[in-house]
Write a protein that binds this ligand. Sequence first.
Ligand code: ADP
Ligand code: MG
Length: 391
Amino acid sequence: MRNADELVVKGRTVLVRSDLNVPIQDGAVTDDGRIRASVPLIRSLVEQGAKVVVVAHLGRPKGRPDPAYSLAPVAQRLEQLLGRPVRLARDVVGPDARSSVKELREGGVVLLENVRFEAAETAKDDAERGAFADQLAAFADLYVDDAFGAVHRKHASVYDVAQRLEHAAGPLVVAEVEVLHRLEVDTERPYVVVLGGSKVSDKINVIEALLPKVDRLLIGGGMCFTFLKAQGHDVGSSLLEEGMLEQCRRLLGSGKIVLPVDVVAATAFSADAEHAVVDADRIPPDRMGLDIGPKSVELFATALAGARTVFWNGPMGVFELAPYAEGTRGVAEAVASLKGALTVVGGGDSAAAVRALGIGEDRFTHISTGGGASLEHLEGKTLPGLSVLED
Ligand code: ADP
Ligand code: MG
């Protein structure tokens, strides 16, 4: 994979694929982590005198323009962080994009509107994506992919466009791949993985792939209830995926999985709901587990102690609601406090939790900007956006 700093960019137009897919509320960016992470490459290119055209997606609009998914709030925040004007094109490859790119000067930045406003971006049909990629490629001389969070997608702006332009990997992609490699090859032991989040089915493949490689797998979040149920416990109205019970039971047979021993059980999915800490094998029928309890945090911290390598993906509870954030905070603290260990946080919500709870991002070796992509990498899958950069 060629590194972006090996390219000669002065006076040339560089198409940069960034991951600017951030949460937005009432027209404002609520967590700008991914924007901040994307700034170094863009800044370096403009300082070298490139003309920069940034391509990015936001959310899942239905393949047509939708003001609710406009990159306008992102453009504003990017401009602030970069300290230079960022012109937002009103379309992706339409007349406004074309004239914006045409008027670019050295050191200038254009952000194309949400690339998913074009159905062809995500089309299954190679020819349809290809035709759209031709239009994107026509804007530039070079392509740099810095959107690690999208490399597992065979999308036009990630995959097809790289086949059409001289290309390189941006610093985020390079850093992510290096860290993932350390989790996959000659991993220092003990290797402990912490998984949480909402659904087992989302993460079952990574559990299957990681279990043989790790020393311990700690499971919290919504997914722990399917495992608790598989052990024969009642889980009340907690998240439960009946279809996964068999598989969970088999995985438990590995003897490496550590489950919570207590949970915060609430009468409803709400911050105001009545809630209490209960033993994990005594969840009342009318209650749902929304966080792991303090004894579980201690148990997980003990299981983490002495680890040389840690991968953590998925919050331990519904951290967005204050009464259910302590499990995630406790486990995040335990991981952050490890001395001399490689500690990697993966997953959009986990990274957001670290920031929202004020844990201090610098206390981890690496916070991945791409949840799905890092999980698929750890599963051993070939990621289209990476393989295309390799040739
Ligand atoms: P990541 O983005 O880090 O990979 P996920 O997307 O898998 O994480 O899951 C994050 C979501 O899981 C959060 O929105 C959180 O509220 C939810 N969650 C965590 N624990 C529970 C629980 N016990 N019940 C329901 N949802 C939960
Ligand atoms: Mg998520």
